[in-house]
Write a protein that binds this ligand. Sequence first.
Ligand SMILES: NC(=O)c1ccc[n+]([C@@H]2O[C@H](COP(=O)([O-])OP(=O)(O)OC[C@H]3O[C@@H](n4cnc5c(N)ncnc54)[C@H](O)[C@@H]3O)[C@@H](O)[C@H]2O)c1
Length: 251
Amino acid sequence: MQLSDKSIIITGASSGIGAAAALLFASEGANVVLGARREAELDALVARIRAEGGSAVSLAGDVTEDSYSKALVDLAVDTFGRLDGAFNNAGIMGEIASVPAMEAANWNLVLATNLTSAFFAAKHQITAMAAAGGGSILFTSSFVGHANAGMPGMGAYAASKAGLIGLAYALAAEHGPEKVRVNALLPGGTRTAMAGEDPDVHETIASLHPLGRMAEPEEIAQSALFLLSDRASFVTGSAMTADGGVSIRLT
Ligand SMILES: NC(=O)c1ccc[n+]([C@@H]2O[C@H](COP(=O)([O-])OP(=O)(O)OC[C@H]3O[C@@H](n4cnc5c(N)ncnc54)[C@H](O)[C@@H]3O)[C@@H](O)[C@H]2O)c1
């Protein structure tokens, strides 16, 4: 098992990529600490993981609040004795609007949810991991963070996802000496609630990808598993794509 006895926080665990990661990491031996806003979905996922023989706890909250990031770290340390990894994955798309038409409230919400949350998370996670002798932090960025997707109206989302790559680089340089690895994962179009359910939209997104399809959330979770496991023990400061080649087509 690739994550035996590792204590790992996963945010955005109530659906999509985060839920797939929660199930996969638990099946690989991790003690998972699940975070998201929707308590009922988290409770159901914890029950499912336990029924399958895994180990999980959860705490519902809002990642835009510093106190919630700290509470997740405290829950991991209090329950499992330490924190080994964190998949900071919660995110929103926000409104699709050109920058001149965009409300500042949308900009602020997208940046707070996708990027400032990562700053809060990293502060508390690095402190706990450094105390435990090291660990691994992963941010869910996006291919949109480094490639022009040719999709107007994504200024706030693109800026937040590019910011995560910059933050991962900075943290990797700062905290390598404490044996904390920090990376960003850049998924391509993935079949989750964020991508909606319109088959025409799915077809358009799929056509951008050289592999000719969207990803399933479980495929993105496999890449996250690698980056959080000891198999990636020399990988830090990396922005790794799991995007069916879409970045290559767009850059
Ligand atoms: N689906 C895609 O095509 C795609 C592509 C690239 C990157 N991503 C990124 O993957 C990550 C996961 O998204 P997904 O596709 O699984 O979508 P999703 O909508 O299924 O999941 C988003 C998760 O984030 C949580 N969340 C959102 N705002 C929150 C907040 N303020 N506090 C706590 N939790 C919050 C939601 O509750 C949910 O669990 C996001 O960061 C997204 O930007 C998605």
